[in-house]
Design a protein around this ligand. Structure first.
Ligand code: BG6
Length: 470
């Protein structure tokens, strides 16, 4: 295990500290990093937000309740060690005076060379004014700024946000989070592609017929209706998580695995993405969405998106990429399917051979499946589909993957931007998506627990979606 104790002391200021993400992911993430001794030896966490949850003790009780809910086998000593370092200090876009005092006092206690980590887990509309306040108050000095997705709500707001950020910080201080990039299995796409001659040489239009990136979710938007009303499925999932995964699937081999080289290649993929054809986009809304708390009873916000995109490069010319995601669907999966071309000759009779499919499941215990065609045992030359399943859990029981947010928190403290999105990528993705959002195609209703609207079924052509009958 790397020796993270050499990380400099940190003051971590968490805006949105009483929110859902902090409760479900960020505090549990810090706890897990503490259990593995991966946090700096000296650090404090200052929760912040407009409304104080009460005294520090009351805030700690809230954080503890979240840990008890989201961590299995909570170790009391470790939890206590974390909780003791947590305080709360109210602040808002107009007034950061108390926060400055709290940060300065914490830094004085922690000694020299203290790093500031300013984590903005706030809705897109609240981000700009808060960043200006941090700049005005001098808190962005020596700081890393972490922005939760979505980065803006359209091209204009994203550019405005970027301009504000760059008024107070340099790009190398900015960490735009897309937590899918922190998933072990997403990083594994790079390993599968570039560490295996078998795939590396076949990863192109000559051998690949199509790609699907399919992220259905069973969960509904209950409990986060007003966030979802303002965001919708496209912004929440498509030009963020799904496109980032697509970037890893499609990028050219980076010269090195450094942040700059990798992000250069990913940005080129988005640059080469063809403008999206609205007639190849299907939007849906699940029945009952409009009854959710915080949702307009006549809402036309989409909870489902399926679309086809193309990447106009030598490698991918003519290969369709199908992206699909939605809430209240039949299953919860994060599946990439690479469909290879069928052999040119039907040597074994009509349709005996189908396409080989490589299926990557982006789960914590990452799995990979490869559909192959082999001979059915017996006296006849019959062809059957066999599936090779690879369990990609570590060979060593000590190879525990880090949860996405844990990995990303650690990378921020190390100053490694590899798994964070860069401003040119985000800008390009908004340029592609803005026209669709400005003039969206019709929205179709779908029943909960299904695979979305009927209109999306045929989008990938005759073969359909891999997951429908998986
Ligand atoms: C979040 C979205 O960023 O990602 C949610 O806001 C979505 O709507 C979630 O459910 C999915 O993340 P994960 O890690 O559970 O696949």
């Amino acid at each position: 295990m790397p020796d993270e104790s050499r990380l400099p002391p940190h003051v971590l200021v968490l805006f949105g500290a009483t929110g859902d993400l902090a409760r479900r992911k960020l505090f549990p993430g810090l706890y897990h990093l503490a259990t593995e001794d991966r946090l700096p030896s000296d650090y404090v966490v200052i929760g912040s937000g407009r409304h104080s949850p009460g005294t520090d003790a009351e805030f700690r009780d809230q954080v503890r309740a979240g840990l008890e809910e989201f961590v299995t086998d909570l170790d009391d000593d470790i939890a206590q060690g974390l909780l003791e370092r947590i305080t709360f200090c109210a602040s808002d876009a107009d007034d950061g005076a108390d926060l400055v005092k709290a940060v300065t006092a914490a830094e004085a206690e922690l000694g020299d060379d203290v790093r500031r980590l300013l984590y903005l887990s706030v809705p897109p509309g609240a981000m700009r004014p808060l960043i200006s306040m941090l700049g005005r108050e001098g808190l962005t000095e020596r700081a890393r700024l972490v922005c939760e997705k979505p980065f803006g709500t359209d091209l204009e707001s994203s550019r405005a946000l970027d301009a504000t950020l760059h008024e107070v910080a340099d790009e190398d201080q900015v960490f735009r989070i897309d937590h899918f990039l922190g998933k072990e299995a997403v990083q594994n796409i790079l390993a599968v592609r570039f560490a295996n001659g078998l795939f590396e040489s076949a990863w192109n239009r000559d051998h690949i017929e199509s790609v699907q990136i399919d992220v259905p979710e069973e969960l509904t938007v209950d409990g986060r209706g007003s966030f979802y009303e303002a965001t919708g499925c496209f912004r929440d999932m498509v030009n963020t998580h799904l496109c980032q995964v697509l970037g890893f699937v499609a990028l050219e081999p980076p010269v090195h695995l450094t942040a700059e080289a990798l992000r250069n290649e990913k940005a080129k993929v988005f640059e080469a993405m063809r403008p999206i054809d609205p007639s190849r986009v299907v939007l849906g809304q699940y029945e009952g969405y409009r009854d959710t708390d915080g949702v307009d009873p006549r809402s036309s916000v989409e909870t489902f998106v399926a679309l086809e995109v193309f990447i106009d490069t030598q490698r991918w010319q003519g290969v369709p990429f199908y992206l699909r995601t939605g809430k209240a669907m039949a299953d919860t999966r994060r599946t990439i399917t690479i469909t290879f071309r069928t052999p040119p000759m039907g040597m074994f009779g009509d349709h005996a051979e189908g396409p080989n499919e490589l299926v990557l499941e982006l789960t914590d215990d990452a799995r990979m499946k490869l559909d192959l065609f082999t001979k059915r045992p017996g006296p006849v030359m019959d062809i059957v589909t066999t599936t090779m399943t690879l369990d990609m859990g570590g060979q060593d029981p000590a190879d525990e993957p880090l949860e996405a947010y844990e990995r990303l928190l650690l990378d921020i403290m190390r100053g490694d931007q590899t798994l964070f999105t860069r401003s040119d990528e985000v800008d390009r993705l908004w340029r592609l998506v803005d026209p669709i959002l400005a003039d969206p195609p019709p929205i179709h209703r779908y029943r909960r627990g299904t695979w979305g609207p009927r209109e999306a079924r045929g989008l990938p052509g005759q073969r359909g979606w891999r997951l429908d009958d998986a």
